[in-house]
Design a protein around this ligand. Structure first.
Ligand SMILES: Nc1ncnc2c1ncn2[C@@H]1O[C@H](COP(=O)(O)OP(=O)(O)OP(=O)(O)O)[C@@H](O)[C@H]1O
Length: 745
């Protein structure tokens, strides 16, 4: 390295070391503040306690943020023509005199770091990338934007090398990394786009949609902190493996309070993990299901043809159809959801019944108090309760759907045709059975809207909370006795204090527990996979319609998924959404993309594949084997060093291929379990591999992937675009013609 560069490196090292020193000071200071708040204990008025809790949450988050930015704290420097120098990093830092030491990458003054070009230098003469390992600066790269204004000293300290290409060539770790040091201009524009309204980001595979969406979340939280911290940000992704793949990115950008969820987890209190057959999921995803659910709810409000008789000890009360209809229309006119409208229905009938009972008792004119007493007596009579419950039962969303999908007659009455009934019919849940699928969740949500949230579940939860409180106090008593502190501390207070330590809820945690939470911003990734019913549920979470929707219509795999963004969005925000495109593929090398682009033509003749930024010189290959078992050694031979490899097989062959690969490569993982991202080799279906990337990809039996689903071409396109460097195809069947471009081994 030339002397000038070494000197330059040492100077940067000194600056960066000072930044880390400052970071350490702030961490210690925040820790001290948090300890001081916690030491106050759970005493004082309710208001004091809630203030204390708020401070505790704030300091805890601040501390988490300060710890999260350890790696790559500072990654850039901007030199302005007027001589100003700004260091750019993951967060902003100032000294005690408020001098800026480090600029947050999201601050407006940091924007030229991503947008300036020699043609439009934005007042910048030099953009410097600092590469660090731990706290050590290992290299510097400079982009010169305004050659004329450089001094001789500047010229002597130049370091050229494309930081982006270096980043793209690195081995994958099984977790997505942030790209804060190398965001490209077309991406930066999306990241910093206005908070309001609906922004659709359409882009081919590897164009950075996911990573850009995550950086946008961090940018929005920084720029609109107050609004978004209160209301929260939700990021919705396609499956739990994908969520694990991306979960590190926001913390590494210093943002920890964002709710990450899949559709299957969006209904509080349950995690839907059962897989529906694709045809059943497609039916459940159709918008027509909204009417089916509405009819199912109405079906529970019974209207018997013959009068209802209620036999009491001394006389029999009667409710004729006219009375029942009057009660029902009154309940409907209240426009309340079913469980709340029940009160209106019951009130009307009780009045009628009380009048009848008064007549039977020979007490025509009752005064108000007697009438109320008699009514209360009737209300608690078992036969009255049973009759009213039968006519208009309290019902939970779960009960409604179980009742519907286990009963052909109910499904028919709710408007489902015979083929749909066959697809949806199920046995009732057995104890602890995992009954719910991701496709059920939007239906539960729909039902919850129509039924209202006051249900037995809420009452049960309240009873459980009280019971838990008592258990905590009993436990606290034991602890105090064991530790000999019983005399100086009261068990109830001790229990409360323990409890308080556990109830610091962040916004994301509070939002996750509340079905009716209205978020400040919602980001939907792999958005093309969401069904119409899932969109209804998502839209309920964001009445302000501040959304970022990222996806690729060409990659739609789900039969219930989207064929166009307009079809998805027009029902909600017709004419009020904007679309941005990403056109450069940062993942897949040009050699691989050439093959994938031909498959894309099968998806749609007018679709254009994104342009790859790099070439590797390695050609993708195909190998025909006589039996699938021969694929084992082929996969084993492809495993090199630390690199990660995925075998993508047709969904119907995962078990078989998994067994073959496991026999050949110890430690290989099959299916989307927790090991999928960490094992050196994973065997996944296309659906499971969607959104992920690996160093090497081997696609097994592509012909069957093409045939296996109506979206076969999209699936094969997704499979072929997962690799960052190498791609191979292993097949026993004839190779589909579209893959003729592969080099035969
Ligand atoms: N500006 C950038 N600097 C460095 N790496 C980048 C940049 N943009 C994208 N990448 C990398 O490119 C890869 C693809 O990004 P990402 O997964 O976000 O793409 P995608 O559009 O969501 O793809 P797909 O549609 O296939 O899921 C990731 O490894 C990402 O880190």
């Amino acid at each position: 390295m030339p002397e000038s560069s070494t000197g330059e490196l040492a100077r940067e090292q000194k600056y960066v070391a000072a930044l880390y020193e400052r970071l350490d000071v702030l961490r210690e200071r925040t820790r001290g503040q948090l300890d001081a708040v916690l030491a106050q204990g759970a005493f004082g008025t309710h208001q004091n306690r809630s203030e204390r809790d708020n401070f505790a949450v704030m300091y805890t988050q601040r501390l988490a943020r300060l710890w999260a930015v350890e790696n790559g704290l500072c990654f850039g420097r901007l030199d302005h023509s007027e001589g100003e120098r700004l260091y750019i990093g993951r967060i902003g830092l100032s000294d005690d005199d408020q001098h800026r030491l480090l600029i947050d990458w999201r601050a407006p003054v940091a924007q030229p770091f991503y947008r300036a070009t020699p043609a439009a230098p934005m007042g910048v003469t030099r953009r410097r990338h600092l590469h660090t390992r731990g706290r050590r600066v290992t290299a510097i790269d400079d982009d010169l934007l305004d050659l004329d204004s450089l001094t001789d000293a500047d010229r002597a300290s130049l370091n050229g090398e494309a930081a982006l290409l270096a980043a793209l060539g690195e081995k994958r770790t099984g977790r997505m990394r942030d790209i804060v040091a190398t965001i490209q201009a077309e991406q930066d524009k999306i990241i910093r786009s206005d908070l309001n309204g609906v922004l659709v980001v359409q882009g081919g595979p590897g164009t950075g949609k996911t990573v850009v969406a995550l950086h946008r979340a961090a940018y929005l939280l920084y720029t609109y902190r107050e609004r978004l911290e209160r209301r929260g940000v939700l990021i919705l992704g396609p499956n739990p493996t994908f969520m694990r793949y991306i979960e590190q990115v926001l913390p590494s950008l210093g943002e920890t309070d964002v709710m990450l969820s899949t559709v299957g987890e969006l209904y509080p209190g349950l995690t839907a993990t059962r897989e529906d057959p694709p045809e059943a999921a497609a039916v459940k995803g159709r918008i027509a299901m909204a009417d089916v659910i509405a009819r199912a709810v109405r079906g529970r409000q019974r209207m018997p043809r013959t009068p209802v008789e209620i036999k009491l000890d001394k006389f029999t009360l009667k409710l004729d159809r006219q009375t029942l209809e009057a009660a029902r229309s009154k309940a409907h006119r209240s426009r309340r959801p079913h469980n709340q409208a029940r009160a209106v229905f019951v009130r009307h009938l009780l009045t009628v019944l009380t009048r009848q009972a008064a007549r039977h008792l020979g007490r025509g004119a009752l005064d108000e108090a007697d009438f109320a007493d008699l009514r209360e007596d009737l209300r608690t009579e078992e036969p009255v309760r049973v009759a009213l419950n039968r006519l208009w039962p309290y019902i939970t969303p779960q009960q409604l759907l179980i009742g519907l999908f286990t009963d052909r007659d109910r499904m028919a009455a709710a408007g489902l045709g015979a083929p749909e009934r066959d697809l949806l019919l199920r046995e009732p849940p057995r104890a602890r059975e995992n009954w719910w699928s991701a496709a059920d969740v939007p239906l539960l949500d729909e039902a919850a809207e129509l039924l209202g949230d006051i249900d037995e579940g809420v009452l049960r939860a309240a009873r459980r909370a009280e019971q838990e409180r008592e258990e905590r106090i009993a436990y606290a008593r034991e602890v105090l006795e064991l530790t000999g502190l019983a005399d100086i501390m009261d068990a109830e207070r001790f229990a409360e204090r323990q409890q308080a330590e556990e109830t610091y809820l962040t916004t994301a945690e509070r939002a996750a527990r509340d079905r009716t939470w209205a978020f400040g911003h919602v980001i939907v990734d792999e958005a093309q996979e969401l069904s119409e019913m899932a969109w209804r549920m998502v839209m309920r979470r964001i009445p302000g319609r501040s959304m970022t929707i990222v996806g690729d219509i060409a990659q739609t795999g789900s039969a219930a998924g989207a064929a166009s963004w307009a079809r998805v969005l027009d029902p909600y925000v017709a004419g009020r959404w904007r679309e941005e495109h990403l056109s450069v593929n940062y993942r897949t090398p040009a050699e691989l993309m050439e093959v994938a682009a031909r498959v894309l033509q099968l998806v749609g003749a007018d679709l254009k594949a994104p342009e790859s930024v790099r070439e590797t010189g390695e050609r993708p290959w195909s190998l025909r084997v006589a039996t699938l078992a021969e694929a084992g050694p082929v996969v084993a031979a492809e495993v090199v060093g630390e690199g990660r490899l995925v075998v993508i097989a047709p969904a119907g062959m995962i078990e078989e291929v998994g067994a073959i690969v496991r026999a050949a490569v110890p430690g290989a993982a099959t299916g989307p379990g927790p090991a999928a991202l960490d094992a050196p080799v994973a065997v996944l279906s296309v659906t499971e591999a969607k959104g992920l990337e690996f160093d090497s990809v081997i696609v097994v039996e592509p012909g069957r992937i093409l045939r296996e689903s109506p979206r076969g071409p999209s699936d094969l396109y997704v499979a072929l675009t997962r690799a960052t460097s190498r791609l191979g195809v292993v097949h026993t069947e004839e190779l589909p013609e579209v893959l003729n471009g592969l080099e035969r081994r």
